[in-house]
Design a protein around this ligand. Structure first.
Ligand code: NAD
Length: 443
């Protein structure tokens, strides 16, 4: 099938590459000329494991192409996927300007029936706005062309996006049109062979499903962080508690890890946007507001621990930071807890020596050159001359470091671990002082 994807970010590029990989003829369009140039030259603008070979293979086969030409993009696909960003507006609501700009372009340029697919995470009611924006352009042109707007939210996880797209747990489609349903069934047929993963529903329910999923996951994290903070004050170990509650199948072990707060481009903005949607329809969401408030505080916990250790005097201290991306296996720094930590450290007069396996370029792009940030080529380099070590992201390569070397390199043998990666008793043996999240009395 002929498919157009608007937006070549984490979602658009993965969607385009994976659909092309199953044999579809895909054209990806982006307004970012630099991105499209890089993609045309075979460079992948983001770090996403396994994505590069899929893009390369399908570009070589001529099934995946890139353009900045919006008219060409609209002409190409029976399906027009909208996968552009929906960043938070000042009031927390989702900013729909990019989604609606694409909708207008489709209305301006289409000359046959289209199925317009909202893949971006958008508030309930957005499909109506997209439909109105397209219809308005068609009216200007005196055209009565037909089209359908479908909600098809994306559930991929950065860091495992290709696998998630290729083997989805579910494919949610919100539509009231039989014609569009048939087209979507055909597009996703290759991803649906093992068993039926498609769940059809009305458009508003599909739009809400995406927010409900992210809000539920964020709630689990904030809940665990709250219990971790309690455990710390009560002399209990949250890791024992986690295993204890996870053994109940009604709770389960998934996604109940305490830490230094959730970040990324989705949970923070989606929780806020859903709370705002609730507010706009006259409902105060006490739970969502609390989830957000707990997370805000949790992102400051690492700094509080550093500050507490140095009794508030951080001037001229140097902190080694391992892990900058908001989670492992991505270079995405949006809302990353490491940013909250580093910015607080700088404000208090401390210096940072940082290492991340993939997010160094992005960190450099965000913060530029500054005297109080040294980006180091290895995790060992980040330790040299530093006072203490703080871990913000649980990259695999941090799991079994050389603890003796860490103790030797630091002026104070202290690890503050925002991801509970180590066994406290093991670190005792290396004479390392270990502070983690929610682990016992000596925090
Ligand atoms: P992103 O910021 O990585 O990419 C968005 C892209 O859209 C950019 O390349 C931008 O240049 C492009 N764009 C903006 N306006 C455009 C236009 N008019 N025409 C064509 N391209 C345009 O965003 P993302 O992380 O891929 O997220 C996209 C959407 O998917 C968001 O709504 C997000 O909430 C949702 N989502 C993201 C994830 C994730 O893990 N990143 C997962 C599920 C859903």
């Amino acid at each position: 099938m002929k498919i157009t994807i608007f937006g070549t970010g984490y979602v658009g590029l993965v969607t385009g590459a994976c659909l092309a990989d199953s044999g579809h003829d895909v054209l990806c369009m982006d307004v970012d000329q630099g991105k499209i140039e890089r993609l045309k030259n075979g460079q992948i603008p983001i770090y996403e494991p396994g994505l590069e070979p899929v893009v390369r293979h399908n570009t070589d086969a001529g099934r995946l192409q890139f353009t900045t030409d919006v008219a060409e993009a609209v002409a190409h696909g029976l399906l027009q996927f909208i996968a552009v960003g929906t960043p938070p507006d000042e009031d927390g609501s989702a900013d729909l300007q990019y989604v609606l700009a694409v909708a207008r372009s489709i209305g301006q340029h289409m000359d046959d029936y289209k199925v317009v697919v909202d893949k971006s995470t958008v508030p309930v009611g957005t499909a109506d706005k997209v439909r109105d924006a397209i219809r308005l352009q068609l009216d200007h042109r005196g055209s009565e062309l037909e089209f359908d707007v479908v909600s098809n939210p994306e559930f991929l996880k950065e860091g495992a996006a290709v696998n998630d797209f290729m083997k989805p747990d579910r494919i949610i489609v919100g539509t009231s049109s039989d014609r569009a349903e048939e087209v979507l069934r055909e597009v996703y047929y290759p991803f649906n062979r093992n068993h039926d993963r498609m769940i059809f529903m009305d458009i508003r329910s599909a739009e809400l499903t995406k927010y409900a999923a992210n809000a539920m996951l964020a709630t689990k994290i904030s809940f665990m962080n709250e219990v971790a903070n309690l455990a710390e004050r009560l002399g209990a170990d949250i890791e024992a508690v986690r295993r204890g509650i996870g053994s109940d199948p009604r709770i389960g072990y998934h996604f109940i890890y305490p830490g230094c707060g959730y970040g990324g481009s989705c949970f923070p903005k989606d929780v806020q946007a859903l709370a705002r949607t609730a507010y706009d329809c006259g409902y105060e969401s006490k739970l969502l507001n609390a989830v957000e408030a707990v997370n805000y505080d949790q992102k400051h916990v690492l700094f509080d621990k550093v500050s507490h250790y140095f009794q508030g005097d951080l001037a001229n201290r140097t902190v080694a930071v391992w892990g900058l991306s908001f989670k492992p296996n991505t270079d995405d720094m949006r809302e990353a807890p490491a940013r909250t930590l580093m910015e607080s450290l700088w404000q208090a007069g401390a210096k940072v020596q940082a290492f991340d396996p993939e997010a160094m370029e992005e960190t450099q792009r965000i913060y530029g050159n500054r005297d109080d940030l040294q980006l180091c080529g290895t995790k060992e380099q980040a330790l040299r001359g530093a006072d203490i070590l703080v871990i913000c992201t649980e990259w695999k390569e941090f799991r079994s470091p050389d603890f003796e070397a860490i103790a030797k390199a630091l002026s104070e043998p202290v690890i503050i671990d925002g991801r509970n990666m180590y066994d406290p008793q093991m670190l005792d043996r290396y004479d390392l002082v270990y502070y983690a999240i929610g682990r016992g009395r000596n925090q």
